[in-house]
Design a protein around this ligand. Structure first.
Ligand SMILES: *[C@@H]1O[C@H](CO)[C@@H](O)[C@H](O)[C@H]1NC(C)=O
Ligand SMILES: *[C@@H]1O[C@H](CO)[C@@H](O)[C@H](O)[C@H]1NC(C)=O
Ligand SMILES: *[C@@H]1O[C@H](CO)[C@@H](O)[C@H](O)[C@H]1NC(C)=O
Ligand SMILES: *[C@@H]1O[C@H](CO)[C@@H](O)[C@H](O)[C@H]1NC(C)=O
Ligand SMILES: *[C@@H]1O[C@H](CO)[C@@H](O)[C@H](O)[C@H]1NC(C)=O
Length: 398
C-alpha cells in the first residue's frame, strides 16, 4: 500500500516522458535525409516556417525538389513573400498518400499555414486537392483557373497522423501568396533606431555580428528593446570591459524572438527568453507591469519602456530607459541597501576576495588574513563566552 503512490508517480513520469518524446517532430531533420529537397529545407528554416511546423501536432508538408525551388528563387521574392509562398505548401491537416486518394467526392479544400497566419486575403490560403483521372492528384490554389499544374509525385515520409511529407511536381501558384509583402522588406532596424533616439545602441549593433541575428528574426517575429542614448553612453565603459562574446550576448539580450505588442506585454507578467538564450545560458528577464508602466527586471536592473519606435507585426521596437544588464554578466547585488545578515555577507565578501578579479594581490592577502583572523577571533570569543557561562553555572551548582 505504501509503495503505490511511488509506483503511480513513476508510471506517470515515464508516461509523460514518452508522450513528450514521441510528440516532437523536427521537419529539418526529416528532410535532411532527402538531399533532393535541400533547398526547400533550407528556406523552411530561413523563413522560420520550420519552427512553426514543429510546433504543430498535425501537418502535411508539400515538398518541392531543388529544381522547382530554383525556379521559385529565380523570381527574386523578398524573404517575406517567399515565406507566404512556402507557407501555402504546408497544410494544417494530415494527408497521407492513402487519404489523398480517398478524398470524399474527389475534391477538397485544405487550410494551409498561409491561411493560418491571417496574411491571406479571404480564403486564398486554402489549397484545392482534387482526384483526377488515372489516379492523379492535382494541387491548386483555391481560385485555380479550372485546371491543375501541380501533381502528387510520391510520399517522402509519413508518421500517421502527425506529419506527412509529400512531393508535388510544381509550386502551387497563387497571386495572393506571391504579392509583394509590404513593410518588413523595407525595415532597417539600425536606421530606425538611429533616427528615433537610439543612435548609440544602433552604432553598437552595426559594429557587431549580433545584428545579423536580429535581422534574421524580423520575418518570423522580433521584439527589440533599445536603450536611450543617455543610458548607452553611461554604460560604454562597462561595455568596453566585456569580452567579444559577452558583448554579443549583451546586445542579443535586448531582442526577443517573437512579436510582443504592448497589449501583450501589459497582460503577461513573467519570464521572457531573449535572442541570447541558448541551452544553459538563460539570459532571460521578467516582464512586470506596474500600472501603465511595463518594467523589465533582470535582477541587476529594472528598465521601463518609455516609447515605441515602430510597431508593425511581426516586429516591434521599444525604447527603454536603461541598458538591460543580464545577471549572467553582471553582479545581481548592485543595490547598496542590503539587509544586514553578517554570516551571509561575510561569505559573499570571501568569495569575491577569492575571485581572480580581486585587485592588488599583496594587499589583498593581508586583508584576507586579517579578515580570517577576525572571524576566527569572533568564533573564539563566542566559544569562550559559552565556556565561561558553563563554568559559571557549574560554580553555581556547586
Ligand atoms: C532539428 O534538426 C536539426 C538538424 O538535425 C537541428 O540542427 C535542430 O537543432 C533541430 N531542431 C530542434 C528544435 O530540435
Ligand atoms: C477544386 O478545383 C476544381 C477545378 O477548378 C473545381 O472543379 C472544384 O470544385 C474545386 N474543389 C473545391 C472543393 O472547391
Ligand atoms: C504521433 O503523435 C502522438 C502524440 O500526439 C504519438 O503518440 C504517436 O506515437 C505519434 N506517431 C508517430 C508515427 O510518430
Ligand atoms: C540599414 O541602413 C544602413 C545605413 O543607415 C546601411 O548601412 C545598412 O546596410 C542598412 N541595412 C539593411 C539591411 O538594409
Ligand atoms: C574594467 O575592468 C577593470 C579591470 O578588471 C576594472 O578595474 C574597472 O573598474 C572596470 N571598469 C568598469 C567600468 O567596470
Amino acid at each position: 500500500m505504501g509503495q503505490s503512490p511511488l509506483l503511480i508517480s513513476t508510471l506517470l513520469l515515464s508516461f509523460l516522458l514518452l508522450i513528450s518524446s514521441t510528440n516532437a517532430h523536427n521537419i529539418t531533420k526529416i528532410l535532411a535525409k532527402h538531399p533532393e529537397f535541400s533547398t526547400f529545407n533550407h528556406y523552411l528554416s530561413v523563413t522560420h516556417l520550420a519552427a512553426e511546423i514543429n510546433r504543430r501536432q498535425t501537418i502535411t508538408v508539400l515538398a518541392l525538389d531543388n529544381p522547382t525551388m530554383t525556379a521559385i528563387l529565380d523570381k527574386h521574392f523578398s524573404i517575406f513573400t517567399l515565406k507566404n509562398v512556402l507557407s501555402l505548401h504546408v497544410l494544417v491537416d494530415y494527408f497521407g498518400t492513402k487519404k489523398l486518394h480517398q478524398i470524399t467526392d474527389g475534391t477538397t479544400l485544405a487550410s494551409s499555414m498561409f491561411q493560418a497566419t491571417g496574411t491571406a486575403a479571404g480564403t486564398s490560403g486554402y489549397v484545392n486537392i482534387t482526384n483526377l483521372k488515372e489516379g492523379k492528384v492535382g494541387f491548386g490554389a483555391e481560385n485555380n483557373d479550372g485546371h491543375f499544374h501541380s501533381f502528387y509525385v510520391k510520399s517522402v515520409e509519413e508518421f500517421p497522423y502527425n506529419v506527412s511529407v509529400l512531393q508535388i511536381s510544381q509550386a502551387i501558384t497563387s497571386a495572393d501568396a506571391e504579392a509583394p509583402t509590404p513593410g518588413p522588406g523595407d525595415f532597417n532596424l539600425t536606421s530606425i533606431m538611429a533616427k528615433q533616439g537610439c543612435k548609440a545602441f544602433a552604432d553598437l549593433l552595426r559594429a557587431s555580428k549580433a545584428l545579423a541575428t536580429f535581422d534574421d528574426n524580423v520575418a518570423g517575429g522580433l521584439t527589440v528593446f533599445c536603450p536611450t542614448d543617455n543610458a548607452v553612453n553611461g554604460f560604454l565603459p562597462k561595455y568596453k570591459n566585456l569580452t567579444g562574446n559577452q558583448k554579443v550576448a549583451l546586445l542579443l539580450y535586448h531582442g526577443v524572438p517573437v512579436y510582443e505588442s504592448l497589449q501583450m506585454l501589459r497582460s503577461n507578467n513573467g519570464a521572457m527568453n531573449t535572442l541570447a538564450t541558448e541551452g544553459a545560458n538563460k539570459y532571460d528577464f521578467t516582464v512586470q507591469n506596474d500600472g501603465e508602466d511595463v518594467n523589465l527586471e533582470t535582477k541587476v536592473v529594472t528598465a521601463t519602456i518609455v516609447g515605441t519606435l515602430i510597431d508593425q507585426d511581426p516586429y516591434v521596437v521599444y525604447k527603454v530607459n536603461k541598458v538591460l544588464l543580464p545577471r549572467e554578466l553582471f553582479k545581481a547585488s548592485l543595490a547598496p541597501a542590503e539587509s544586514p545578515k553578517p554570516a551571509k555577507k561575510k561569505k559573499a565578501a570571501d568569495s569575491e576576495a577569492n575571485s581572480p578579479a580581486a585587485d592588488g594581490p599583496a594587499d589583498d592577502s593581508a586583508d584576507q588574513k586579517a579578515a580570517d583572523d577576525n572571524s576566527a577571533a569572533s568564533g573564539l570569543n563566542s566559544k569562550f563566552i559559552m565556556v565561561l557561562l558553563g563554568l559559571f553555572m557549574g560554580v553555581l551548582a556547586l
